[in-house]
Design a protein around this ligand. Structure first.
Ligand SMILES: [Zn+2]
Length: 169
């Protein structure tokens, strides 16, 4: 992983290790048609510490709607490798607690809040509790996959099979 970036949790694994919890047109409606998932779901029980994935500024703190309690972190990262830093936004959703304020500067790895089950994650079975995490090109991205791309472009790997991060060995 690029040294400017770190994982958002101590232990990072895609929810149930399943592709339909990654980014893109990976989910299906009852009739078989595909629908989007706007980010990655990282497995997380309620109350796990979330870390800033990069140095940056808290662009927005919100509470409401499907995303529940959210933190939007603005950071600079050359995701397309053209040599220029791009302004990106990391969205942490369904949180139970927010420990930062709008406009606050944070450092990579700094604790910023706690995972939870707010918004449409309320009442999920323990095995489905998660941090919904998005990478955006706009702080408020809109519907579908608009103004978002796969977190893979930032993290460089997708932890589907085995967890990654700073867990003890
Ligand atoms: Zn999700």
């Amino acid at each position: 992983m690029n040294e400017a970036i770190t994982w958002p949790l101590v232990r990072n694994r895609i929810r149930r290790g399943m592709n339909n919890h990654t980014f893109g047109m990976v989910r299906r409606n009852a009739d078989g048609s595909r629908r989007p998932h706007q980010g990655w779901d990282f497995e997380a029980d309620i109350g796990e510490t979330c870390f800033a994935i990069a140095d940056g500024t808290i662009e927005l703190v919100r509470n409401g709607g499907a995303y529940g309690r959210q933190i939007i972190l603005r950071f600079a990262f050359d995701f397309d490798g053209d040599g220029d830093a791009d302004t990106l936004f990391a969205a942490y959703c369904h949180l139970s607690r927010v420990d930062v304020a709008q406009g606050q500067k944070v450092r990579k790895g700094q604790p910023i809040g706690l995972t939870g089950d707010s918004g449409n994650a309320r009442g999920m079975a323990p095995a489905d509790r998660h941090l919904h995490f998005e990478i955006r090109t706009k702080a408020i991205a809109g519907r579908g996959l608009a103004n978002r791309f796969s977190p893979l472009a930032v993290f460089g790997e997708c932890p589907l099979a085995r967890p990654v991060g700073r867990m003890a060995a």
